[in-house]
Design a binder for this molecule. Structure first.
Ligand code: FA5
Length: 347
């Protein structure tokens, strides 16, 4: 029996060394100390058979072994408990030295939309209604209603995108398609003055370069009232540009031909970067071409339902994309539609 006890003691110690968690500990406890068939329990049960003297001696020994094993078992239990606690702390602790995770990127409005919003705000403060219109449009509103002769070069498919051959439908080449639409909308009986502004996207079959896109934005407006003159035209445009750029701007008029205005002009703005001295942005001219404008042609007023003997109007249309280029000092128009985030994130 002595030897059996020794053997069990050694076997227990050997197996205890290999235990790594509470589950293993519980299995070991069952194997040696289970009431029913634990290896150590069986020996204790065998004590009953022995004579009193031997029983006393063996009982003493078995108790010593039991104490020894229980002590080792408790040490192992504490060891496992400490390890598991350390694992939990490790898993849940906050590492104050970890670098900040990058912030989730937040989107913002496109620079052209920002410029458009600003222009709309200024125009609406000046009493203009803001309107939107169709991009796919009939030849009539884009050209015919605006006094374009049938053989005007802009009507050629080299310049304008028609949706198919032999059709009157095209992607509008300017937002002036809204002139007659809006005069009719706001002036059903031919007796009302109108101030309307209508930004939007336009399309041209264009040779592309740093200042020319095939798809770009325009901001156009007209005023129909009595006794409108060129002084009104210049004053309205200057006020809008002053609002957009936050300072007084110098402008100059050059004669320009548009079939829907008479007289017609091109308006240049003194370059805001070099103040007229010449730089990369203004191509060393000191001035930047900003818009077309003029007094509304009698035929257009008539098409919109006004009597040109009584009524007069001013109209101007500017490249919103070019306004934004000036505002943000962008040297190539093609950046806007590139979808390149490195460009867009600067605004
Ligand atoms: C027009 O489109 C006329 N509808 C403007 C107008 C309205 C005149 C009312 C008179 C009365 P124009 O083709 O010049 O005109 O274009 C107007 C502006 O759009 C130009 O001054 C320029 O700033 C811009 N623009 C023209 N072509 C392009 C292009 N390919 N890419 C970017 N901007 C352009």
């Amino acid at each position: 029996m002595k030897q059996e006890l020794k053997k069990i003691q050694e076997e227990f110690k050997k197996q205890l060394k290999e235990v790594a968690d509470f589950a293993g500990l519980s299995d070991l406890e069952q194997k040696f100390f289970s009431r029913k068939n634990g290896e150590f329990t069986s020996i204790m049960k065998g004590l009953k058979e022995l004579t009193d003297d031997v029983k006393k001696e063996m009982g003493q020994m078995a108790n010593d072994v039991k104490k020894d094993l229980e002590g080792l078992f408790e040490d192992k239990r504490l060891q496992i408990q400490q390890k598991e606690m350390a694992d939990i702390v490790e898993r849940e602790s906050i590492d104050v030295t970890q670098p900040l995770l990058p912030k989730k990127a937040k989107g913002h409005l496109h620079p052209i939309t920002q410029a458009q919003d600003k222009m709309e705000e200024i125009a609406s403060n000046m009493g203009f209604v803001i309107e939107d219109g169709p991009e796919l449009e009939s030849d009539y509103y884009v050209f015919g209603a605006l006094n374009f002769p049938d053989d005007h070069p802009a009507r050629e498919s080299m310049d304008t995108f028609y949706i198919s051959d032999n059709t009157d439908w095209c992607m509008r080449a300017h937002v002036s398609n809204m002139q007659v639409r809006l005069m009719r909308k706001y002036n059903e009986d031919g007796t009302k003055a109108v101030r309307a502004a209508y930004p939007g996207k336009v399309f041209r079959n264009e040779a592309l370069d740093a200042t020319h896109e095939h798809t770009f934005h325009q901001f156009e407006a007209f005023v129909v009232d009595r006794n409108i003159n060129i002084g009104n035209l210049v004053a309205v445009i200057k006020e809008l540009l002053r609002g957009l750029y936050g300072r007084e701007v110098d402008v100059r008029l050059r004669p320009g031909y548009f079939p829907f205005v008479e007289p017609g002009f091109e308006m240049d703005m003194k370059c805001l970067f070099c103040r007229g001295e010449g730089c990369r942005v203004c191509k060393h001219l000191g001035w930047v071409e900003m818009l077309g404008c003029g007094l509304m042609h009698p035929n257009v007023l008539r098409e919109g339902g006004y009597d040109p003997q009584e009524w007069s109007g001013l109209a101007f249309g500017m490249g919103l994309t070019r306004l934004a280029m000036m505002r943000y000092s962008i040297e190539d128009i093609r950046h806007f539609m590139s979808g390149d985030l490195r460009f867009l994130q600067q605004f």
